[in-house]
Design a protein around this ligand. Structure first.
Ligand code: 6PG
Length: 243
């Protein structure tokens, strides 16, 4: 399996690399009359990618009817809440792109977390291929927090990396916000894992992970991108400044 680390002068160019990969995989799927199942993260980094995908260049090239959107994680808030990952994706991309509503599978942050985690896991069993007991997404788009978290798997709950569930519940370690998240076994089951990581505040943790240092084991992101998946790290030079 491929492991690719690409460093760009600007965050926008790193986002463009991710956009090009999504375009490439979507066209391949479309040409074989199949669908691209992509699970996307929230946060500020993907927002730049989504805005890029909504620009004419990409918007008019991507066969949106062949792209099915799932979420890596969601905050337990209404979809209209400013912290909603779905809300961010809708504002930056989905309101502009021609993604059929039948291709949008949002996590319902407004519902009881335990119920939604079960509902979403059942939805994945119905909508996404499975391998080794976990869903196989074509692309999983991940970011990384400056504490090394990814998805909503935080350093104080590494057990989510090995959960027997495909979807589980998490709690933000600082503000206590409940989250729904794909688990480590689901993330590592993907065909293509794309880490989009930018900003100097990520540099120390990212370097520790890239150098496979002993302290990196405390960071959830260090445990994602094993030998089952093609893993791409699209970085800007700020995040990669110590590499
Ligand atoms: C979330 C995201 C999360 C994100 C990191 C990085 O719901 O917050 O899924 O895992 O990828 O927090 O966020 P930034 O891109 O804003 O740095």
């Amino acid at each position: 399996m491929k492991r690719e680390i690409l460093i760009y002068n600007q965050a926008l160019l790193a986002a463009k690399a991710a956009a090009d990969l999504i375009l490439e995989k979507a066209l391949i799927k479309n040409n074989t009359s199949s669908k691209l199942n992509i699970a996307v993260s929230g946060g500020s980094t993907p927002k730049q990618l989504f805005q890029l995908l909504s620009d004419e260049d990409y918007r008019n090239q991507i066969p949106w009817h062949s792209v099915r959107f799932f979420w890596v994680d969601e905050r337990c808030v209404e979809p209209t809440h400013p912290e909603s990952n779905f809300g961010m994706t809708y504002d930056a991309l989905l309101q502009f792109a021609f993604v059929p509503s039948a291709n949008i599978f949002r996590m319902k942050g407004e519902d009881i977390p335990e119920n939604e985690a079960e509902r979403y896991a059942a939805l994945l069993r119905k909508e996404v291929p499975f391998r080794n007991g976990f869903p196989v997404f074509d692309i999983i788009l991940l970011g990384m927090g400056d504490d090394g978290h990814t998805a909503s798997i935080f350093p104080d709950n590494l057990a989510l990396l090995r959960s027997h569930k495909a979807v589980d519940i998490a709690t933000h370690p600082i503000n206590g916000q409940k989250r729904i998240t794909l688990t480590g076994n689901t993330l590592n089951n993907a065909e293509h894992i794309v880490f989009l990581i930018t900003g100097s505040n990520k540099a120390n943790v990212l370097t520790s992970i890239m150098q496979n240092s002993p302290e990196a084991q405390q960071y959830p992101a260090a445990h994602i991108g094993t030998n089952l998946s093609n893993t791409y790290f699209y970085l800007d030079k700020e995040a990669a400044k110590f590499l």
